[in-house]
Write a protein that binds this ligand. Structure first.
Ligand SMILES: NC(=O)c1ccc[n+]([C@@H]2O[C@H](COP(=O)([O-])OP(=O)(O)OC[C@H]3O[C@@H](n4cnc5c(N)ncnc54)[C@H](O)[C@@H]3O)[C@@H](O)[C@H]2O)c1
Length: 127
């Protein structure tokens, strides 16, 4: 069965996706630094033995390189999504949302675009 990495898997969308994947018998690795997510979102998934949780940061090349090894696909959902918080912590939000190391070593990556990045971009380009 396919082996999938879900970044941000302890978050809202990620944890539901992880439940879906384990119920379809996928082997799932979750990479999440728990900055806003919570392992309690993964209670159901942890009942299966096909889940591996890695607490780490998507900006860390070594961690990401280990996590993507031998994966068939990566679903990249790790992000800082809170818009007011993104205005207060622009640099961190920009770094997490645009400088993750997930895409660089692995071509079969898909994910969602964080709305806080869009809001930051529109703020940056505003006259
Ligand atoms: N929730 C929605 O309705 C919605 C709609 C459209 C798009 N999206 C996008 O889907 C993605 C996930 O959204 P969500 O609602 O599940 O957000 P969420 O905040 O619930 O989950 C994001 C997860 O990423 C983790 N994370 C943050 N920074 C990290 C880092 N540096 N390294 C590793 N993990 C990190 C957090 O701990 C959290 O578990 C985002 O890109 C979001 O913009 C969400």
């Amino acid at each position: 069965m396919a082996n999938v990495l879900v970044t941000g898997g302890a978050g809202f969308i990620g944890s539901h996706l992880v439940d879906f994947l384990v119920n379809k018998d996928y082997e799932v690795t979750i990479l999440d630094n728990l900055s806003t997510g919570n392992v309690s979102n993964l209670k159901q998934a942890f009942m299966k033995d096909r889940v591996t949780f890695v607490q780490g940061d998507v900006r860390d090349f070594v961690t990401v390189s280990k996590c993507v090894r031998e994966k068939d696909a990566v679903i990249h959902l790790a992000a800082l999504t809170n818009i007011p918080r993104s205005m207060e912590n622009e640099t961190e939000t920009f770094d997490v949302n645009t400088k993750s190391r997930v895409c660089s070593p692995f071509p079969k990556t898909t994910g969602a675009s964080p709305c806080s990045t869009l809001s930051m971009n529109s703020r940056i380009t505003a006259p």
